[in-house]
Ligand binder design. Structure first.
Ligand SMILES: Nc1nc2c(c(=O)[nH]1)N[C@H]1C(S)=C(S)[C@@H](COP(=O)(O)OP(=O)(O)OC[C@H]3O[C@@H](n4cnc5c(=O)[nH]c(N)nc54)[C@H](O)[C@@H]3O)O[C@H]1N2
Ligand SMILES: Nc1nc2c(c(=O)[nH]1)N[C@H]1C(S)=C(S)[C@@H](COP(=O)(O)OP(=O)(O)OC[C@H]3O[C@@H](n4cnc5c(=O)[nH]c(N)nc54)[C@H](O)[C@@H]3O)O[C@H]1N2
Ligand code: SF4
Ligand SMILES: [Mo]
Length: 768
């Protein structure tokens, strides 16, 4: 579908140049400032930028990469993209009631994601009444009465869905799950379901906890760091500073990616003069241009070589003592891994045996090894087994629970890990539910709730009728856009707690509410005084975040206010759950978190220390909370990801100028794309085989067993160094191609990195 992308600036002005071989440096800083100054005044820009990631300021609302310890921070501890995310929130542009009078919902539903976001901050609650064409203003009280009334009118609490993204801080996240469970449902789908769910599943099963084990210091001190399925130059830019430090201390880096991403090749440090002018640091000592989905085969080959090397010189390669004391399943694993076929490995990975043997040599030469990964591993059908195989790889040489070694799933949203810790999960363990019951005196439902994909199915099939979305853009983040849009439109009511306008406000239920809220950078004043909130980053560091700007509008309520007021309307007040008190003073929420969630003892006191505190990860003392009390070696089989003749394996990914579903601009500087997002990157040899000229206009048509034709129209084919047989294009424009039922085994994560497509010449008269 091309429908709502026609207002993009510069779609005709697309220009393509060679991909860059380095990331960050002077141009990056200039780009960030330009974006900030287009959004707001120089004074507000300076005020916001000076407060990002400082101990008394606010946490960058971008990614979940951790900050260095307080004494080691730069005055400007943010990256180009962090500056863009904050400028986008601190914009002086406003969406007012007048705006909604001018634009009908139908018109808004035909606007692009970029246009919607550029209209500015939402300023007052709005309602779309059943049968109306336009949103109209509504008071907070009436808005929350309406939502509460619809919730109470449901036949069963499981007919309600409470979606969140990881942008939500800990306190409102804790209150949201408390409300949902007190209301009677575990239906808490979240963006994690589409993100690191595969990591959580694999790590939980094998190590007993679904989180990463390493700290920033481990990363700096490691001998060998793998960066797999990740584009840090764009998505976690400050990770490059950490990798530069690893290298400075003598460590090595192996990057595994189908695309030669600029940040993996060379890095220029923006906060150091030599970074701005010099050639920068070569990041990857070895770059493996792997075929999409080939990582399981790669790690199996590495594991095979380790086991065989141990056979040759027993006692010198594997950490036998660790394996015996702390793991189970080694024998079955080893037996299976010995059957690995090199022919199959080479076919699956597209690598040479020599390349893989060179990695093996590096592994043998390294005492401590870390594996980092992101969406390139999780969003595949075999995401969970792939990550389990990564764990096998680390267990073999005792690279778990030791300095400089461990697992490092690099999280996306700034607080996505914290939200899980707070109970945002449709399948929280019984121990957590028991703890809620003890603290609040009600019995939480035990039946598992619905995740994101199952929520869509439930709406589609009429089993879910009220949808509340917090801090995300469900309709654009999810797969199979046509199906999902239809599903949302069948709801009796959809409501969104948001800072900015997005497509989920325009593709909505029969009645719809927009509930505008404070952003990270906004000051939050309550009856009990000025409040702060807390977040947990990718390395389990919990710290405070405090907005400093005057709120974008006088009518905004904080997320905590909205959730607690809604809860009071739905559930009434009870002495056990003092919702009204929670709103006035967030310390009272933190006191409850301290009693319910492991690792948060003395929360209020410890989080007030500069830099906060780190949650303990039992894995680091080699304590594994699996049923056997040991880390688990697993047996994993790979199936070759192969597109049929004339087809390609398409991955959907992020450009440099977007935050998830929100494109800030039309450029993807490091990949050499300027002025357009409807591009598909294809290997030049494949273009030739398919009879397509570089630059031709094509439709992407995905192929799935249900026989339904899913089509994304009018993309420019761009010759690009992708592995043969594979292609890449931006999300969310391509979500229409991802079939709802195409999900990762076990984690149910949409397979956004492996969609089988064919390219068809766009018909000259394609509908506009
Ligand atoms: N600027 C910016 N920063 C962001 C975000 C954003 O939208 N914009 N989003 C945030 C969020 S929520 C997340 S989850 C993270 C995402 O961070 P990333 O995971 O880095 O995001 P993607 O753009 O999806 O890129 C996936 C990378 O995996 C590679 N890849 C694809 N398939 C495979 C494969 O089969 N094997 C291997 N080895 N590699 C593969 C791709 O080529 C690409 O480099 O970023 C966070 N940070
Ligand atoms: N095809 C494909 N699909 C994907 C992915 C992919 O790689 N490919 N990646 C997946 C991943 S990893 C993720 S995490 C999801 C992301 O999906 P989401 O997290 O749902 O989407 P976002 O784009 O981050 O949400 C943006 C909206 O959040 C709201 N917002 C921003 N800040 C705040 C705040 O402080 N408070 C509140 N209340 N609202 C705020 C704004 O209104 C903004 O429009 O998408 C997933 N979908
Ligand atoms: S690396 Fe991530 S958290 Fe840090 S400033 Fe950049 S976007 Fe923000
Ligand atoms: Mo994510």
């Amino acid at each position: 579908m091309r429908d709502f992308d026609v207002d993009e600036p510069g779609e005709d002005g697309l220009s393509v140049s060679a991909p860059k071989t380095w990331a960050t440096g002077a141009p990056a800083v200039v780009h960030a400032l330009q974006y900030a100054l287009r959004q707001t005044s120089p004074k507000r820009t300076a005020l916001t930028l000076l407060n990002i990631n400082q101990t008394k300021g606010f946490d960058c609302p971008g990614c979940a990469w951790p900050e260095p310890a307080p004494g080691k921070r730069h005055r400007n501890e943010y990256c180009e993209n962090g500056a863009k995310h904050i400028a986008d929130e601190a914009t002086s542009r406003r969406v007012t009631a007048d705006f909604f009078r001018q634009h009908s919902v139908d018109e808004l539903s035909r606007k692009s994601d970029h246009w919607l976001n550029q209209q500015g901050r939402l300023t007052e609650p709005m309602v779309l009444r059943e049968g109306a064409t336009h949103y109209e203003p509504i008071g907070w009280d009436e808005a929350l009465d309406l939502l509460a009334g619809e919730l109470r009118a449901l036949d069963h609490p499981d007919e309600a869905l409470f979606y969140t993204s990881g942008r939500l801080a800990n306190e409102p996240a804790f209150l949201l799950q408390l409300f949902a469970r007190a209301f009677g449902t575990n239906n808490l789908p979240d963006c994690s379901n589409m993100c690191h769910e595969s990591s959580g599943s694999a790590l939980g099963e094998t190590l007993g906890i679904g989180k990463g084990s390493v700290s920033l210091d481990d990363l700096h001190d490691s001998d060998l760091v793998f960066v797999v399925g990740q584009n840090p130059g764009t998505n976690h830019p400050r990770m490059l500073s950490a990798l530069e430090e690893t290298k400075r201390r003598g460590g090595h880096i192996v990057a595994v990616n189908p695309l030669p991403e600029a940040g993996l090749l060379r890095f220029k440090h923006p906060q150091k003069a030599r970074g701005v002018i010099g050639r920068g640091t070569a990041i990857a000592d070895q770059f493996l241009q792997i075929r999409p989905g080939g990582d399981l085969a790669l790690f199996q080959a590495l594991n095979l070589m380790l086991v065989e090397a141990e056979d040759k010189e027993p006692g010198t390669v594997l950490d036998r003592a660790f394996i015996e004391a702390h793991t189970t399943g080694y024998d079955a694993f080893a037996e299976h891994i010995r059957e690995t076929s090199w022919d199959a490995v080479l076919e699956a990975t597209g690598l040479t045996r020599d390349e893989i043997e060179r990695v093996h040599e590096r592994v043998l030469a390294s005492r401590s090894v870390i594996v980092c990964w992101a969406m390139g591993l999780t969003q595949h059908k075999h995401g969970v087994p792939t990550i389990r195989e990564v764990v096998n790889f680390l267990l073999l040489r005792g690279n778990i629970g030791r300095p400089g070694a461990g697992v490092c799933p690099v999280r996306g949203h700034s607080n996505v890990q914290g939200d899980r810790t707070m109970g945002i999960w449709e399948r929280m363990p019984q121990a957590f539910l028991d703890s809620l019951e003890r603290e609040f005196g009600f019995t939480p439902p035990t039946r598992h709730g619905l995740d994101s994909v199952d929520s869509i199915r439930a709406m589609r099939d009429g089993h879910a009728k009220v949808f509340l979305g917090v801090a995300g853009n469900f309709v654009r983040a999810t797969p199979d856009s046509d199906v999902t849009e239809q599903a949302l439109r069948t709801c009796r009511l959809t409501a969104h707690i948001s800072t900015k306008l997005n497509r989920s406000h325009a593709v909505c239920g029969r009645t719809a509410l927009i509930l505008p809220t404070l952003g990270r950078s906004d000051r939050d004043r309550q009856a009990g005084g000025e409040q702060f909130m807390t977040v947990e980053d990718s390395m389990s560091e919990v710290h405070a975040t405090r907005g400093r700007l005057a709120p974008a509008s006088a009518h905004l309520l904080s997320e905590v206010s909205i959730i607690t007021r809604l809860a009071r309307k739905v559930l009434g007040s009870s002495p056990d759950v003092p919702w009204a008190d929670f709103e006035t003073d967030y310390d009272l929420v933190r006191d409850r978190i301290a009693r319910v969630v492991d690792g948060f003892e003395d929360f209020n006191e410890r989080v007030r220390r500069p830099g906060g505190f780190r949650l303990p990860n039992p894995v680091n003392s080699r304590e594994f909370r699996t049923p056997s009390g040991k880390a688990v070696f697993s047996v994993n089989d790979f199936t070759l990801l192969r597109a049929p003749e004339g087809h390609l394996v398409l991955q959907t990914l992020r450009s440099h100028d977007q935050w998830n579903t929100v494109p800030y601009a039309m450029d993807d500087r490091y990949r050499g794309i300027k002025g357009g997002r409807r591009v598909v990157l294809v290997n030049p040899a494949d273009l030739a085989d398919l009879g397509l000229a570089d630059g031709s206009l094509v439709d992407l048509v995905s192929v799935w067993s249900d026989g339904v034709e899913r089509r994304a129209e009018a993309f420019r084919a761009v010759g690009y160094p992708t592995p043969p047989g594979s292609a890449a294009a931006y999300y969310p424009e391509t979500n229409v191609l991802v079939p709802l039922d195409s999900v990762a085994d076990i984690s149910n994560t949409p397979t956004s990195k492996s969609v089988i497509v064919r390219l068809e010449h766009t018909a000259a008269t394609a509908p506009a």
